[in-house]
Design a protein around this ligand. Structure first.
Ligand SMILES: *[C@@H]1O[C@H](CO)[C@@H](O)[C@H](O)[C@H]1NC(C)=O
Ligand SMILES: *[C@@H]1O[C@H](CO)[C@@H](O)[C@H](O)[C@H]1NC(C)=O
Ligand SMILES: *[C@@H]1O[C@H](CO)[C@@H](O)[C@H](O)[C@H]1NC(C)=O
Ligand SMILES: *[C@@H]1O[C@H](CO)[C@@H](O)[C@H](O)[C@H]1NC(C)=O
Length: 506
């Protein structure tokens, strides 16, 4: 068994080759300019349905979810996007769906990698606010102008909503070769909006103006679809205002949103092939664990990543696996028809259930994390490893989300997972969900302790810096005293350590 599989290696040598495969679209703080206030045109508020969910089968539901089915295109590598009509008369653009940021931004000028852009001077309903905004992601950044305009969604009943739009006037590494979208729809909470949370995010505006329930859900259907092919591009659905029963089977398991900025969740345990990794649960949540449709891979904190790779290597029935495969610089190629999936283990993520003393598990099969990427000739199919290491927390990205129908229930501050009806490969499911499990063997809080430790560490490091500075000062005075007698020079400036501090922010 061990030696029967022939693995061939394809080295990914060029950056352009791989860069379009990943989008760790993660925000960090942009510049804050509080001198201008954005004036949204008065919003008409309709009656919201009474807190509950409206289902497609509910005849009183205000939203017809069936209209929204299949409103997404794309794949995990280049992102899932939705078609929108922006401005008056409408300009049609494709917009990336990103639950890891909170700005709505569209290309507002030509760019070599995109085919269309939004020309705000052609829209009679566009109002510039006079503010500029810049947003940086781990990959790429842009600078634009803030304004408001009317938008509609081509497939669905959302129409003529006034939203904040940033028109991107210059960008770096944001639009990538091969992408089919020209803008980004940030669906996270207002606190992440740039330049500040007064720039109401898209979905908050939709809920306020239409009265739909404060909930949206995502089904992304790229599991097993080769990233290299355009013909069989995956589809998906972004359901705004509720849950569509056609998109999942079995029950929905919910985990609380720990803090409303990203969709931050609490991970209690990881298993590879039913073996508990047995790490301290705080390591899984360092420095946060989030659910992000704008990130391609499952990203794991470095030590968790190493433990997962070690466990996969132990479990997988393949010898001499190249390191480059795990670090993402090599593809593994197999003869067509000789799929590698039977040789790899399942990976399970245990999330805190709404009952804090319980958990549930979401499990991805190798079909989701050993991803077909490209064909070489007629004989080979090449795969990449759908998990990468991260220095900014754990990210449940598209690799995992493609196995599930994921419900962002903002009204009740929770994220739900259910088996997706499109997560199958040749008829057999590629994901599993199970629960409840007792969480009594796990710490009652896997999230907040490192946050408490951090100020303590800072106090210690400042104290040490102070001691060093004093010692240095004494040393310099001692050194300069004789010089002063000779030449009367000034003691040189002591450089402080603020650059250390400046370079470190969340
Ligand atoms: C903030 O906005 C005001 C008004 O548009 C502008 O004059 C100022 O230069 C801006 N400040 C920064 C730091 O961008
Ligand atoms: C909103 O609900 C109230 C009370 O149920 C009702 O009287 C009112 O007519 C409704 N307004 C609209 C616009 O539906
Ligand atoms: C936007 O449209 C206006 C009016 O037709 C035109 O003058 C302008 O050049 C367009 N902008 C760009 C960037 O193409
Ligand atoms: C929560 O889970 C515990 C352990 O399974 C169980 O004993 C308890 O009854 C549950 N609480 C509620 C409110 O369901």
């Amino acid at each position: 068994m061990r030696n029967t599989l022939r693995v061939l290696w394809l080295v990914l040598f060029s950056r352009t080759c791989c860069s379009h495969l990943t989008f760790p679209l993660k925000l960090f703080a942009g510049k804050f300019n509080s001198s201008v206030d954005l004036d949204l045109t008065p919003l008409q508020k309709k009656n919201a349905t009474s807190g509950g969910l409206s289902l497609a089968s509910d005849p009183t539901g205000q939203v017809n979810f069936l209209d929204m089915l299949g409103n997404l295109n794309g794949d995990s590598g280049r992102g899932y996007y939705i078609e929108m009509l922006i401005g008056t008369p409408p300009q049609t653009l494709n917009i990336l769906v990103d639950t890891g940021s909170s700005n709505f931004a569209v290309a507002g000028a030509r760019d070599p990698y995109i085919s269309r852009f939004f020309n705000s001077s052609l829209s009679s309903t566009y109002w510039p606010s006079g503010r500029t905004v810049s947003v940086r992601y781990t990959q790429g950044s842009w600078v634009g102008e803030l304004g408001t305009d009317l938008i509609s969604i081509t497939k669905g009943t959302i129409s003529a909503i006034t939203i904040n739009i940033a028109t991107i006037l210059s960008s770096e590494g944001f639009f990538l070769p091969g992408v089919k979208w020209q803008g980004i729809l940030g669906l996270a909470y207002p606190v992440l909006a740039r330049p500040d949370s007064s720039v109401t995010p898209f979905f908050n505006s939709v809920v306020r103006q239409t009265g739909i329930p404060d909930i949206f859900s995502l089904q992304m259907c790229g599991a097993g679809v080769s990233g290299g092919s355009d013909a069989d591009a995956a589809r998906g659905s972004l359901i705004m205002g509720g849950i569509e029963p056609l998109l999942y089977q079995g029950s929905v398991w919910y985990t609380p949103v720990k803090e409303e900025w990203y969709y931050q969740v609490e991970i209690l345990k990881l298993e590879v092939g039913n073996q508990n990794l047995n790490l301290d649960c705080k390591q899984y949540n360092a420095d946060k664990a989030i659910v992000d449709s704008g990130t391609t891979l499952l990203r794991l904190p470095q030590d968790v990543f190493r433990a997962v790779v070690d466990a996969i290597v132990r479990e997988a029935l393949i010898q001499d696996f190249s390191d480059g495969f795990w670090t993402g610089t090599k593809l593994a190629c197999w003869m067509k028809g000789e799929t590698p999936w039977p040789f790899f283990p399942k990976i399970s993520i245990y999330l805190r259930a709404m009952n804090a003393s319980q958990s549930f598990s979401i499990t991805i099969l190798p079909q989701l994390y050993i991803q077909p990427i490209t064909e070489v000739g007629n004989a080979l199919e090449c795969y990449r490893f759908g998990i990468s290491s991260s220095s900014s927390g754990l990210v449940i990205g598209a690799t995992v989300m493609e196995g599930f129908y994921v419900i962002f229930d903002r009204a009740l501050s929770r994220v739900g997972f259910a088996l997706s009806t499109c997560a199958g490969s040749s008829g057999s499911p590629v994901s599993e969900i199970a629960g409840p499990f007792s969480a009594l063997d796990v710490s009652s809080d896997c999230v907040s302790v490192p946050v408490l430790q951090e100020p303590v560490l800072w106090i210690i490091s400042y104290a040490l810096m102070g001691v060093c500075a004093i010692a240095l000062l004494v040393l310099i005075i001692l050194l300069l005293l004789p010089c002063r007698c000779r030449r009367g020079d000034d003691p040189g400036e002591i450089t402080d350590a603020s650059s250390l501090v400046r370079n470190r922010f969340k």
